[in-house]
Design a protein around this ligand. Structure first.
Ligand SMILES: [Zn+2]
Length: 319
């Protein structure tokens, strides 16, 4: 096989020749993806075909490398598209109007998706919008109002802990409970602002101060790293949320220095600042490379040749 065809970042170990039929199919798929504007359904289907049939295998080791190398977006992005298409198929391609709407309910079970769409349309004069979907989804996720429980003197959705105590029998079903809620802790999670969420990884990463400061050669590693942060810190990421809660609970009363090694690792993860606060490597006077990745004679020992460093922040982010 000629190596001229091998895509950058590909080891070559998983490459194979495509048949003429496969090549034609790949060509068709890529035409659709490239057009892009024909709608997310077609794009999602074409991506899905490339993934399922491994049509990327003439140039890329895997689907991730293909998405990134060929289209400049992450697998997460293509998973989102594919998931959105599934939603559209479930609730009706004439009902869901765009990918953004589909994504609001993509994580729900098919029957629940239909229920949310019905509620949203009903509450919004028959018109489906992204915000109507979000409201309907939030409303359905709310615990029901229990007439025996008041919050701050008013009927309101029964707080989760009270509902659990009732369920377990610790509080009898007809016992009246009045809850005083001081606000802060039970507030709904701040959703990432809708505008921000629409920004592609590529555009987002280019707006970071470091992206402009780093040389073109050093950018790819930084981009990967920053985008990894973006995904791992998604507001709705249950892993990060539960780690945060776990740490807050377990860390109580522990001295920072006395943290055992695993707790320390969690702490480092949670204290990682946002990529907009990652810093260019320190100046040569301070033993760094000033962001070049190399000192006069060798790879920079402070940033391991990457040109930037992440300095832990003081506080575990309170959410
Ligand atoms: Zn350095």
């Amino acid at each position: 096989m000629s190596t001229a065809n091998v895509a950058p970042g590909t080891s070559g170990s998983a490459l194979r020749e495509l048949t003429a039929d496969e090549l034609a199919q790949l060509d068709d798929c890529e035409r659709v993806i490239a057009a892009g504007l024909t709608g997310f359904l077609e794009v999602a289907d074409a991506l899905h075909t490339v993934q399922e049939k491994r049509l990327y295998q003439n140039k890329y080791d895997n689907f991730d490398a293909y998405c990134w190398g060929k289209w400049g977006f992450t697998t997460r992005r293509s998973r989102q598209l594919i998931a959105a298409a599934k939603v559209a198929r479930n609730v009706g391609t004439d009902v869901i109007q765009n990918e953004r709407q589909a994504r609001v309910i993509a994580s729900e079970k098919p029957a629940e998706q239909l229920a949310i769409v019905a509620d949203a349309a009903a509450a919004n004069g028959g018109k489906l919008t992204t915000s109507a979907l979000k409201k309907a989804k939030a409303k359905r996720a709310e615990p029901p109002v229990n007439p025996n429980t008041t919050v701050n003197g008013k009927a309101a959705p029964e707080p989760r802990d009270v509902a659990q105590l009732r369920k377990s029998g610790m509080i009898g079903a007809d016992v009246k409970v009045s809850v005083t809620d001081h606000g802060a802790p039970d507030k709904p999670k701040q959703e990432r602002d809708a505008g921000e969420d629409e920004v592609t990884d590529e555009d987002w990463v280019r707006r970071l101060p470091l992206w402009k400061q780093l040389s073109e050669k050093l950018r790819p590693e930084f981009e990967k790293d920053a985008i990894a942060f973006r995904h791992a810190n998604d507001v709705e990421d249950p892993v990060m949320d539960s780690l945060r809660a776990f740490f807050r609970r377990e860390n109580k009363g522990m001295k920072e220095k006395g943290l055992p090694p695993y707790m320390k690792r969690i702490q480092v993860l949670l204290k990682t600042p946002d990529p907009s606060d990652w810093k260019l490597c320190m100046s040569t006077q301070d033993g760094g490379c000033g962001g070049k990745g190399r000192t006069k004679f060798s790879m920079c020992p402070k940033c391991f040749g990457l040109g930037y460093v992440i300095i832990e922040t003081r506080q575990v982010k309170a959410k």
